[in-house]
Ligand binder design. Structure first.
Ligand SMILES: Cc1cc2nc3c(=O)[nH]c(=O)nc-3n(C[C@H](O)[C@H](O)[C@H](O)COP(=O)(O)OP(=O)(O)OC[C@H]3O[C@@H](n4cnc5c(N)ncnc54)[C@H](O)[C@@H]3O)c2cc1C
Length: 373
């Protein structure tokens, strides 16, 4: 049992990483204030494909963290498999100009480290997952039965019920927040709206703004966050179950019979306006949904209900940036690509480090200090 005194933590950022860390801190007995610029889920969390996966190649520690992340979602799923916002119906993948050799190599790599992976022929797809128009598929694809998806705004709402029940303090519409320090130690948060929150630990979970927030402390975290867009369709009677990753559209079901659709081929057609917001020509949204429709049995017409644009947080070296800053003690960062897959586990492990003072071995290669070495 920990003999450490209870913590007072301030978490900056109302996306999935901030909310998850806040809830895990509350579970561990800390008192928590969660401070965010506008509303909850206003950043990447509100416009994410949120495919829960560790498909393809990456470093072994990152793969292991993602697999553990999926495990935590499976636990949540098992507690109530009827939730419309968290499903595990697998993922189907085929790549751009993938030769049979390349598809086989992806499958063999996944198999080699125990990632559930099937090499399927075009005729076998319907036996693995329903309602795909196989006319678009190449001869072979990869099906990963252990994958799933989550709707992050629903997850945030779900976690916030616990946050409130455990007495967490939420401060929205605070404008930009900064970390306050004294003698190289975080002492709290001050916000553009003029408020100050004292704390003995601060967590910076500001998505693509995380590097800017820690830059004020003299800490450099390089990023390579691209601009992105997620389109959510009107209810479409599509019958699709799995997440689909294909050369011109990635999609997943979304609550209420909708689909969530994204890709990267239109990145350079998204334009940033003088006020910082983003816009894109309607024809791009239409083209993306036309591509998505081609993947679905019967090719149902898909109408956009919403499309949201903004940065997709990605550290420059592609690996998560998690843990205490080397030069500012008691200030932690939670900044990562694939923050949907990692949403629950990152909150759990960071809260554990903050509450126990013990460095978690699963985070050892992801420390923010690696950029200053
Ligand atoms: C199009 C798209 C597709 C994606 N697909 C997947 C996927 O398939 N699988 C997967 O695992 N992940 C995916 N992701 C990534 C995942 O969604 C993100 O990693 C995750 O949502 C990031 O959460 P976050 O809490 O770090 O940041 P955010 O959700 O961006 O939240 C940060 C919050 O901090 C606030 N903030 C910023 N600066 C300040 C400040 N100075 N003071 C106060 N508040 C501040 C912002 O307003 C925002 O609300 C995708 C993301 C996008 C955009």
């Amino acid at each position: 049992m920990s003999t450490l005194p209870p913590k007072r933590a301030a978490v900056i950022g109302g996306g999935i990483l901030g909310v998850s860390t806040a809830v895990h801190l509350l579970r561990g007995g800390a008192s928590v204030v969660l401070v965010t610029e506008t509303e909850l889920a206003s950043g990447a969390t509100g416009r994410s494909l949120s495919w829960l996966n560790s498909a393809g190649e990456r470093s072994t520690p990152y793969h292991e963290l993602r697999q553990t992340g999926i495990d935590r979602y499976r636990t949540l799923f098992a507690a109530d498999p009827s939730r419309e916002w968290l499903r595990f119906d697998g993922g189907l993948y085929w790549g751009k100009s993938d030769t049979l050799e390349k598809t086989k190599a992806r499958h063999a790599y996944e198999k080699s480290h125990g990632y559930a992976s099937h090499l399927v022929t075009i005729d076998e797809i319907s036996a693995f997952t329903p309602n795909i128009d196989i006319g678009q598929a190449p001869d072979h694809a990869v099906f990963n039965p252990g994958e799933g998806w989550v709707s992050l705004p629903h997850l945030v709402e779900f976690l916030m019920q616990e946050f409130n029940a455990r007495g967490g303090e939420l401060r929205t519409n605070e404008g930009k927040a900064s970390v306050r320090t004294d003698n190289g130690r975080a002492t709290g948060v001050s916000t553009a709206s003029g408020n100050t929150y004292a704390a003995d630990t601060v967590v910076v979970a500001c998505g693509a703004q995380t590097p800017a927030v820690v830059a004020e402390l003299g800490v450099e975290i390089p990023q390579a966050s691209p601009v992105s867009m997620l389109v959510v369709t009107e209810p479409a009677g599509h019958g699709v179950k799995s997440v689909l990753n294909t050369p011109r559209a990635a999609l997943r079901p979304s609550p209420g019979g909708r689909l969530a659709v994204d890709h990267d081929w239109y990145e350079d057609q998204i334009v940033q306006q003088a006020d910082g917001s983003y816009s894109v020509n309607d024809s791009v949204v239409k083209e993306l949904l036309d591509e998505a429709s081609k993947l679905i049995d019967g090719n149902p017409p898909l109408q956009p209900e919403s499309w949201k644009m903004g940065l997709k947080p990605i550290p420059a070296d592609g690996e998560p940036v998690l843990g205490e800053l080397e030069t500012v003690s008691s200030c932690f960062t939670a900044f990562t690509h694939s923050g949907a897959t990692l949403g629950l586990i990152v909150g759990e492990l960071l809260a554990d480090e903050i509450l126990t003072g013990d460095k978690h071995p699963m985070l050892s290669t992801f420390r923010p200090g690696r950029f200053s070495n």
